[in-house]
Design a protein around this ligand. Structure first.
Ligand code: OGA
Ligand code: NI
Length: 349
C-alpha cells in the first residue's frame, strides 16, 4: 500500500465514495462514566438512562471518566505504532490464514471492496479451545511478533482494562433495559472477544477509497480508541447523512453491535459506520470487539418480548455467523456477506 499507486480493488462504487467535506457529528452523546466509581445508586441509574438514550438514538456514544489508566493506553498505542513500522517481511511472518484468523492482514475486503488499511488481530485469552464452526475448526492462537520488546505486555495490559470497561458498559445497557444487571454476563463466560490494531496509511486517492467500507459491527459491543487524526464516520439515524466522530482526548467510542440489537429486540440498533482516509496523515485506531461464546444462540431476551412485542429475529448461532462473515471478508466473494437481516422474521401476514 503506502507509496504505491492505488489499484482498482480499492475503488468504491460512486454512491459509496466519501464526499469531499464531511459534517462533524457534534450531536454524538458524550457520557462521563465517573459516577460509576461513586457507587451512588441514583447516579448509576441516571447514567444507565443516559447510556440507554444514546444507544437508542445513535447506537454510538463517546465515554470519558472511564477509569482506564492513560499509561495503559499510551503503552498500547506505542506498541501498535512499533508493530506497523516493522518491515513488510516481519509483519508477513505473523500473517493470518483462513484456518488461523489471528495476526497480521493487509488485504481485507468490506462488502467486496478492498479496505485501505492493515490490521493485526489478537484474542485476550489463550489458549482458547478451537471454535467448532459449520465448516471445520478455527484456531484462535495469537501470533506474537518476534523481537518487539514490550509489545505483548502492553497489549495484555490493555485488553484487561478493556474487559473491565466492557462489563461496566454492558451492565449500564442491561440496566437501561430494566433487566437484572448481570442478565447477559453468562454469554461472555467463553467469550470470543478480540482486539484489532488498525493502521490507515496516507492514501493517494481518499476520494475513491475507504479505510473500512460501510458496515455494522456483528458482535455485542465495540470499544474503539482512535488517535487525533479523525476519519470514523457514522450514519446518522435521523437523516441518513454520514457524520464524522470528532476525536476527544482520553475518550473511547462505544458502539452497539448487531447482537445487542437482536438481544434488545430492536430497542437499540447497531449503526452503520465506515472509515474515511486522507492523503496527509496516517491514522491508528484500536477496536475491542466484545463478543459472546461461539456456541451462543443469539435471540431476543425473553423478558423483552411479549404478545404485543413478539420476537423480531429467529435464533442464530454466533460462531457460525462469525466464521461465515470472516470467510467472506477473507476473499472477494460475489455475494453480499451475511447480515442479521437474514434472521429477521418477516412481518406477520
Ligand atoms: C472496525 C471499525 C473504525 C476505526 O474496525 O470495525 O469500524 O475508526 N473501525 O478504525
Ligand atoms: Ni466497525
Amino acid at each position: 500500500m503506502g507509496g504505491l499507486s492505488m489499484g482498482q480493488a480499492f475503488v468504491q462504487a460512486p454512491e459509496h465514495r466519501p464526499k469531499p467535506t464531511v459534517t462533524e457529528a457534534t450531536g454524538i452523546p458524550l457520557i462521563d462514566l465517573s459516577p460509576l466509581a461513586s457507587g451512588d445508586a441514583a447516579a448509576v441509574d441516571a447514567l444507565a438512562a443516559e447510556v440507554g438514550a444514546a444507544s437508542r438514538d445513535w447506537g454510538f456514544f463517546v465515554v470519558v471518566g472511564h477509569g482506564v489508566p492513560a499509561g495503559a493506553v499510551a503503552r498500547a498505542t506505542e506498541a501498535q505504532r512499533a508493530f506497523f513500522a516493522l518491515p513488510a517481511e516481519r509483519k508477513a511472518a505473523v500473517r493470518r490464514s483462513e484456518a488461523e484468523p489471528l495476526g497480521y492482514y493487509e488485504s481485507e475486503h468490506t462488502k467486496n471492496v478492498r479496505d485501505w488499511k492493515e490490521v493485526y488481530d489478537l484474542v485476550p485469552r489463550e489458549p482458547q479451545p478451537p471454535a467448532a464452526v459449520a465448516d471445520g475448526e478455527l484456531v484462535f492462537a495469537n501470533k506474537w511478533p518476534q523481537a518487539l520488546p514490550g509489545f505483548r505486555e502492553a497489549l495484555e495490559e490493555y485488553v484487561k482494562a478493556m474487559e473491565e470497561l466492557a462489563f461496566k458498559i454492558l451492565e449500564l445497557i442491561v440496566r437501561s433495559l430494566n433487566l437484572r444487571p448481570d442478565r447477559l454476563h453468562g454469554f461472555f463466560r467463553d467469550q470470543t472477544t478480540f482486539i484489532r490494531l488498525n493502521h490507515y496509511p496516507p492514501c493517494p486517492s481518499p476520494d475513491l477509497a475507504l479505510g473500512v467500507g460501510r458496515h455494522k459491527d456483528a458482535g455485542a459491543l465495540t470499544i474503539l480508541y482512535q488517535d487525533d487524526v479523525g476519519g470514523l464516520d457514522v450514519r446518522r439515524r435521523s437523516d441518513g447523512e454520514w457524520v464524522r466522530v470528532k476525536p476527544v482526548p482520553n475518550s473511547f467510542i462505544i458502539n452497539v453491535g448487531d447482537i445487542i440489537q437482536v438481544w434488545s429486540n430492536d430497542r437499540y440498533e447497531s449503526a452503520e459506520h465506515r472509515v474515511s482516509v486522507n492523503s496527509a496523515r496516517e491514522r491508528f485506531s484500536m477496536p475491542y470487539f466484545f463478543n459472546p461464546a461461539s456456541y451462543t444462540m443469539v435471540e431476543p431476551v425473553g423478558e423483552l418480548v411479549s404478545e404485543e412485542n413478539p420476537p423480531r429475529y429467529d435464533a442464530y448461532n454466533w460462531g457460525d455467523f462469525f466464521s461465515t462473515r470472516k470467510n467472506s471478508n477473507f476473499k472477494k466473494l460475489d455475494v453480499e456477506n451475511i447480515q442479521i437481516a437474514h434472521f429477521k422474521k418477516s412481518a406477520a401476514a
